[in-house]
Write a protein that binds this ligand. Structure first.
Ligand SMILES: *[C@@H]1O[C@H](CO)[C@@H](O)[C@H](O)[C@H]1NC(C)=O
Ligand SMILES: *[C@@H]1O[C@H](CO)[C@@H](O)[C@H](O)[C@H]1NC(C)=O
Ligand SMILES: *[C@@H]1O[C@H](CO)[C@@H](O)[C@H](O)[C@H]1NC(C)=O
Ligand SMILES: *[C@@H]1O[C@H](CO)[C@@H](O)[C@H](O)[C@H]1NC(C)=O
Ligand SMILES: *[C@@H]1O[C@H](CO)[C@@H](O)[C@H](O)[C@H]1NC(C)=O
Ligand SMILES: *[C@@H]1O[C@H](CO)[C@@H](O)[C@H](O)[C@H]1NC(C)=O
Ligand SMILES: *[C@@H]1O[C@H](CO)[C@@H](O)[C@H](O)[C@H]1NC(C)=O
Ligand SMILES: *[C@@H]1O[C@H](CO)[C@@H](O)[C@H](O)[C@H]1NC(C)=O
Ligand SMILES: *[C@@H]1O[C@H](CO)[C@@H](O)[C@H](O)[C@H]1NC(C)=O
Length: 594
């Protein structure tokens, strides 16, 4: 009886002590190269996808284009017809009715500004003529002419409001305002716009603000389907006052989405993009991402970009650099918060990199609260646009550090400063130097006593203790040394993973650690307040390329629990070991006594 009591006490103590077990870490599992594993529980975001002219179902391009020329549907003033086809460039747009017969999802373009896209009556009715040609030799009309815009506005109003196409669930979004080459509102395409038209910024801006509001009003509750196709800091508006060229941001402020056409050149002209809520932190040279920005905070809005010009559109990328260019341009897209990605099945290399594009497909449109992972690409890269623009300055200009989503790496005093990686990338795109120079990866700097890299998980992604997390670290096997991860376990104990031995193959490896539970409470290391750190425990510098925190299950954080429990006197690791030791003694003695 006495022994049974002891056994019961033992079982009771074991059960009671379970909550105090501070989790385990296993690994490293090593894999050659990058690791784009998507956890099983991850789902595709509703308002997200790959889109293109042509649908290609086997590579998940399910949204095709519905292209209409203005002349095709509005052949005479106030007359609308849906049965004729039209020629634009070397393409034939089949009739509105024919395209409208699809049951599949589509995006739209209405080609307005080209002399050959607009109905012929508009020139005499509005007394306008071509203001210049785009790079394909197509002439364009001034859509800001009040008569021209008045008629365009009527057409949009007829199709989208009167016929209620704005509410059509198949219509995912429409590129607006439908001007300049390929309907991209890019001023370079008609020469030095500001001087060739003699138009002042003030008059242009007055038209612009009203015109974007007109479109938002026509689409009303569906204005999130509008996608403005220009960019902030547009080129060739040289005579316009600097600092006032935030047209894209203004369009977004009115309720539109946004898209960029040139993230292939992923370092260039993409660091300061207020329309996307991404700006340069001028105190440090890292990028700031404003997740409260109207566009990023509203999951209905469209945040787009296009990544297909690697060996197309006049660009060439050597085969040895294709993966790099595809990967970096798409990481840049995700860093911008993109949910809709324009791809072309062959020229975007979708079938060549299926694992990467699978991860992209799942990642599109994730917010910090819905993401399955958080990642940081460590680097230092020129944004050559800012060499010539003096309106912003920052330490290290024109270099920008890292591309990050929900995970930040920051250089911090007390041993956590990093230095440039050894991999210098330049001349990636034949015939284009805008991409500039970049150093991929960051190194510790043991010579100056900097052996640490500090990481910060976004608190909306995770705060407190979570279960089943992986940390994946892609590093260069550059020189013989070793590193480990310092993290905080669920009982507030700062712990080390086992070490990763770095060799000299000069190739990349991804090391994965599995944590049954881990705590992200910005409290590793006094003064640095990191969530976890990579510590170089060897004698040569390590070079880290990419770090990813993956939630293996859709855990909700237990922030309030950890805040409450941190006030309690929870036993630390050594106390737990002592309890376990005592329990084992009890068990052994009871067995002996039986
Ligand atoms: C880590 O977790 C993954 C996913 O569950 C599993 O495949 C892998 O074997 C685990 N590795 C270790 C060392 O436990
Ligand atoms: C386009 O197709 C939809 C769905 O069949 C239909 O409701 C709508 O009336 C059509 N639009 C026009 C202009 O015919
Ligand atoms: C455009 O015109 C402005 C004003 O005349 C001039 O300063 C600028 O150099 C021109 N830009 C180009 C690319 O020709
Ligand atoms: C972020 O966006 C919000 C909402 O639009 C805005 O109020 C805030 O000023 C922005 N923050 C920064 C730092 O720009
Ligand atoms: C780390 O690097 C920084 C910047 O170069 C330097 O100021 C600092 O003294 C170095 N050492 C430590 C331990 O922080
Ligand atoms: C990294 O490279 C840039 C560009 O060459 C240079 O300005 C900077 O000083 C380097 N930083 C470090 C820490 O070596
Ligand atoms: C973790 O590793 C670091 C670096 O080797 C060491 O200074 C520290 O004492 C270790 N901490 C624990 C709890 O083992
Ligand atoms: C937990 O405590 C931290 C630091 O005091 C605080 O910033 C955070 O908001 C708290 N979280 C919760 C969920 O109460
Ligand atoms: C853990 O508990 C032991 C025994 O109570 C104590 O000596 C030690 O200082 C504690 N360690 C920490 C990190 O609190």
């Amino acid at each position: 009886m006495k022994y049974l009591t002891i056994i019961f006490i033992f079982i009771f103590l074991t059960i009671v002590s379970i909550p105090f077990i501070n989790g385990t870490v296993s690994g490293p599992d090593l894999k050659s190269g990058d690791d784009w594993t998507v956890p099983n529980w991850a789902t595709i975001t509703t308002n997200s996808g790959f889109f293109s002219e042509e649908r290609t179902a086997n590579v998940n391009i399910n949204v095709g284009v519905f292209d209409i020329a203005w002349k095709q549907i509005n052949p005479s003033k106030d007359v609308y017809t849906f049965t004729t086809s039209a020629s634009v460039k070397d393409m034939t747009f089949s009739s509105f009715n024919s395209q409208n017969s699809t049951t599949k999802q589509f995006w739209m373009r209405i080609w307005n500004s080209g002399v050959n896209w607009a109905p012929t009556w508009i020139q005499s009715f509005c007394n306008v003529a071509s203001i210049g040609q785009d790079y394909d030799g197509d002439a364009h009309l001034p859509i800001w002419n009040s008569c021209v815009w008045g008629e365009i506005k009527k057409m949009y109003s007829h199709i989208f409001l009167d016929l209620n196409m704005r509410a059509d669930p198949r219509l995912k979004f429409i590129y607006v305002p439908g001007a300049f080459n390929w309907c991209e509102f890019d001023f370079t395409e008609i020469g030095n716009y500001s001087t060739s038209t003699g138009y002042s910024y003030a008059s242009f801006n007055t038209w612009f603000q009203q015109a974007m509001k007109d479109l938002v009003d026509i689409f009303g509750p569906y204005s999130y389907k509008l996608v403005y196709t220009g960019e902030d800091y547009p080129f060739d508006v040289d005579s316009w006052p600097s600092g006032k060229n935030l047209l894209a941001r203004d369009a977004v402020s009115k309720g539109m989405g946004i898209r960029n056409g040139i993230t292939e050149i992923f370092n260039f002209h993409l660091s300061e993009i207020p329309a996307y809520g991404v700006t340069i932190d001028t105190t440090s040279g890292y990028l700031k991402f404003n997740k409260s920005w109207l566009l990023q905070a509203n999951p209905n809005r469209v945040i787009g970009t296009e990544n297909e010009c690697y060996n197309d559109c006049g660009f060439t990328v050597a085969s040895s650099n294709i993966y790099y260019a595809v990967k970096m341009s798409n990481l840049k897209a995700l860093q911008m918060g993109v949910n809709w990605l324009y791809l072309v099945a062959s020229s975007s290399y979708l079938s060549t990199y299926p694992d990467f594009y699978n991860w992209m497909r799942y990642s599109l449109g994730k917010q910090s609260t819905t993401a399955f992972d958080a990642w940081a690409t460590l680097r230092n890269a020129q944004d050559t646009f800012w060499i010539y623009d003096t309106s912003l300055n920052w330490p290290g200009k024109p270099y920008i550090k890292n591309l990050e989503t929900n995970l930040l790496q920051r250089d911090i005093k007390g041993g956590a400063y990093t230095k440039n990686g050894s991999v210098k990338k330049t001349n990636i795109y034949g015939g284009n130097t805008d991409l500039g120079i970049s150093y991929e990866g960051r190194q510790t700097d043991l010579v100056t006593g900097n052996n640490t890299m500090s990481f910060f998980v976004d608190d909306d992604f995770s705060f407190g203790t979570i279960s089943n997390v992986q940390i994946k670290v892609t590093y260069l096997d550059l020189q013989s040394t070793q590193w480990l991860i310092r993290y905080k376990d669920s009982n507030n104990v700062v712990s080390n993973t086992s070490s990763v031995s770095v060799g000299t193959t000069n190739t990349y490896y991804t090391a994965t650690f599995n944590f049954t539970s881990i705590q992200f409470t910005n409290s590793i290391s006094v003064g640095r307040n990191a969530d976890f750190e990579i510590i170089n425990t060897g004698s040569k510098d390590i070079e880290i390329l990419f770090v990813r925190v993956v939630k293996l299950s859709p855990t909700t954080t237990t922030g309030s629990t950890i805040n409450d429990s941190s006030k309690l006197d929870i036993p630390n690791e050594s106390s737990i070991l002592s309890i376990s030791f005592i329990l084992i003694l009890l068990l052994s003695s009871s067995l002996i006594l039986i």
